[in-house]
Write a protein that binds this ligand. Sequence first.
Ligand SMILES: Cc1cc2nc3c(=O)[nH]c(=O)nc-3n(C[C@H](O)[C@H](O)[C@H](O)COP(=O)(O)OP(=O)(O)OC[C@H]3O[C@@H](n4cnc5c(N)ncnc54)[C@H](O)[C@@H]3O)c2cc1C
Length: 107
Amino acid sequence: MERRICTSIADLLDMLFKLATPYMTLHLNSRVVSLKPDLARVTLTSGKTFQGDVILGADGVKSMIREVVLGRPDKPLPTGDAAYRAIVPTSEEDTRRRDRNDELELF
Ligand SMILES: Cc1cc2nc3c(=O)[nH]c(=O)nc-3n(C[C@H](O)[C@H](O)[C@H](O)COP(=O)(O)OP(=O)(O)OC[C@H]3O[C@@H](n4cnc5c(N)ncnc54)[C@H](O)[C@@H]3O)c2cc1C
């Protein structure tokens, strides 16, 4: 049977952050303005450079790194699709289950 786990994006990011923390140094307020993929080197707006083994491009839908990899502009295009979002208050029982790490399914 397919298993689904429902969680908030904030909880997911918090979990990933806690798992990664022992293995990383986090630099906030560090916008990458250019990179050299062959050297795995990035340059920040401050002029500071970082060099590593690989660059993991995770800079979102307006990714600058994707354009460097592709060697051409790659702006996001509107698809015409729409997403409707809503916030639904959950019951106290749902909150208790979540706090006990029980599986919580919302439909
Ligand atoms: C209002 C809203 C609600 C959403 N709700 C949900 C949801 O409930 N469930 C779900 O699954 N998805 C949701 N999404 C979609 C989800 O947020 C995205 O699919 C997801 O965040 C994409 O992850 P990403 O890591 O590719 O990019 P992002 O989360 O956009 O992360 C990219 C990061 O790169 C950084 N960055 C960009 N350029 C540079 C640069 N040059 N130098 C340094 N850093 C840079 C940005 O500051 C950002 O921190 C939602 C999106 C929005 C806008």
